[in-house]
Design a protein around this ligand. Structure first.
Ligand SMILES: *[C@@H]1O[C@H](CO)[C@@H](O)[C@H](O)[C@H]1NC(C)=O
Ligand SMILES: *[C@@H]1O[C@H](CO)[C@@H](O)[C@H](O)[C@H]1NC(C)=O
Ligand SMILES: *[C@@H]1O[C@H](CO)[C@@H](O)[C@H](O)[C@H]1NC(C)=O
Ligand SMILES: *[C@@H]1O[C@H](CO)[C@@H](O)[C@H](O)[C@H]1NC(C)=O
Length: 455
């Protein structure tokens, strides 16, 4: 069994400084996970185990299936043998806080599955091998506090998944590769997005009084109003805006539609932000494609054209498609096989994206023509402010806590069921299609008020 192997590894390759008691403690401390079927050591955690000794050239030959190696906080010295390059399944290496020295072997570049490499607080020297650029799955690289020198290889900019990079306390010279600056943690991306969104949110509110004036004489009316008294006009449009908002908020169809859309966009925003990363993490895939989205959007419009386009029908389509889509996406994330996932998720996305056309249909048809710009503006602002803007960081926080992309994706996907449920309610609300509607009473009243104001 592998236990023999581990003991063999620790006793013969490293000499223990403090006698048999410490040795026993070491064995107790060491946590090695074995692959149940093959009995091979796949994870070796001997951190903080008072190991004293050096690697031999054949140290890594007995553990070819190793995927995680943690020997941090020990008293190891000497060089890392180039045979480490044979551990092709390695995903995580932590050798920090030892007394290792010498150059980093360029065979490290063959460990292409590596996601984390920590060599900090040793005495490594020489250049970082440019083969480090082969480790394209690397998310964390720490070479802090060593004696590395020379130039930082430009190949380091190929490490596009890097989230953590620490090269401090070394003797590098030359320039820092310019595209290194483009590596940003997702939190910065979020703040950037929030700041970028702010003007649109403000615009969404300010645009409204201007957009409302559709016909020619109405523009004249507004210009007159602005001329006669700017203050009056501002307060007028503010109260008008307030009134319009109240009308909108009382329109149950509109509110239900926007609420559903917000939860929908919450999921879609986080999918598009985290999708590639989660997809890579769960299924080791390279890229998620957007083609399904485009086809789905088109098909949604086509379906809506076929069924009689009424608001309840649009809601039926919205809740039906979202519900089915959510089931497909949810099931997709529970699957182990990549191809099963792609097939189901593509179907799910297709259904989910089919909602774009009906959601806009409801938004435009549930209000009077004059309120249409406002209803579109409010719904657009709402789905961003309450939907995709907070969802990406929230999902990031959830993932930080439960540390499993699969579970995070499942939790996120279940929000789609909420969207489907909200839209389902919409089917039963009494709705009036006001798209081509004559002016209602309130609209007439407003016009009269306006003509009174105009001198
Ligand atoms: C890597 O692990 C897989 C199973 O996860 C195994 O089939 C494969 O043989 C391993 N490769 C090496 C070189 O150990
Ligand atoms: C990466 O790991 C997978 C198994 O998880 C294995 O099949 C593959 O050979 C590894 N890649 C390399 C370059 O060794
Ligand atoms: C070693 O690094 C891994 C990540 O590469 C980390 O999870 C682990 O906690 C580290 N070990 C110690 C003792 O800090
Ligand atoms: C880097 O990867 C390329 C192709 O994947 C391979 O030909 C090359 O030998 C690798 N370099 C090192 C140093 O592993």
């Amino acid at each position: 069994m592998s236990a023999n192997k581990e003991m063999h590894f620790s006793s013969s390759r490293t000499s223990l400084r403090f006698g048999s008691l410490l040795f026993l403690m070491t064995v107790m401390l060491m946590v090695a996970m074995c692959d149940a079927s093959s009995g091979e050591v796949i994870e070796l955690d001997l951190s903080c185990s008072c190991l004293h000794g050096r690697f031999h050239s054949n140290t890594f030959q007995n553990i070819p299936f190793l995927s995680s190696l943690d020997l941090s906080y020990n008293d190891l010295y000497g060089q890392i043998p180039s045979s480490i390059g044979k551990l092709s399944n390695l995903t995580s290496v932590n050798l920090s806080c030892n007394h290792l020295f010498g150059q980093i072997t360029s065979s490290i570049g063959t460990l292409s599955n590596l996601t984390s490499l920590r060599l900090s607080s040793n005495r490594f020297s020489g250049q970082i091998p440019s083969s480090i650029g082969n480790l394209t799955y690397l998310t964390s690289l720490s070479l802090f506090n060593n004696q590395f020198s020379g130039q930082i290889p430009s190949s380091i900019t190929k490490l596009s998944r890097l989230e953590y990079l620490n090269l401090g306390y070394n003797n590098f010279d030359g320039e820092i590769p310019s595209s290194l600056g483009s590596l940003k943690h997702w939190r910065y991306a979020f703040w950037g997005e929030a700041v970028l969104m702010a003007p649109f949110a403000v615009l969404g509110f300010l645009m409204k009084p201007l957009q409302l004036k559709v016909g020619g004489n109405e523009i004249a009316v507004s210009i007159e109003t602005y001329k006669s008294s700017y203050k009056n006009a501002v307060s007028k449009s503010c109260t008008q805006f307030g009134k319009d908002m109240i009308v909108l908020c009382k329109e149950k169809v509109f509110v239900v539609n926007v609420l559903g859309y917000v939860s929908y966009n919450f999921v879609i925003g986080a999918y598009s932000y985290w999708g590639p990363k989660a997809g890579y993490n769960i299924y080791k895939m390279k890229n998620a494609d957007i083609i399904c989205g485009i086809i789905g959007t088109l098909s949604g419009g086509l379906i809506l054209d076929r069924v009689t386009a009424t608001i309840p029908n649009a809601f039926k389509l919205l809740s039906g498609a979202t519900f089915l889509g959510a089931i497909f996406c949810f099931t997709a994330f529970t699957l182990k096989s990549l191809y099963g996932f792609i097939a189901l998720f593509a179907l799910g996305e297709l259904l989910v994206f089919a909602t774009q056309a009906p959601v806009n249909y409801v938004c435009l048809h549930c209000v009077e023509p004059s309120l249409r710009p406002l209803s579109m503006a409010i719904s657009t602002v709402a789905i961003h402010i309450f939907g995709d803007v907070p969802s990406s960081p929230l999902v990031g926080i959830v993932q930080d806590h439960i540390n499993s992309w699969r579970k995070t994706a499942l939790i996120l996907t279940s929000v789609l069921f909420l969207a489907a449920a909200i839209w389902f309610i919409g089917i039963f609300i009494n709705s009036v299609d006001r798209f081509n509607g004559e002016e209602s009473e309130s609209e007439k009243q407003r016009r009269q008020e306006q003509s009174i104001v105009t001198p």
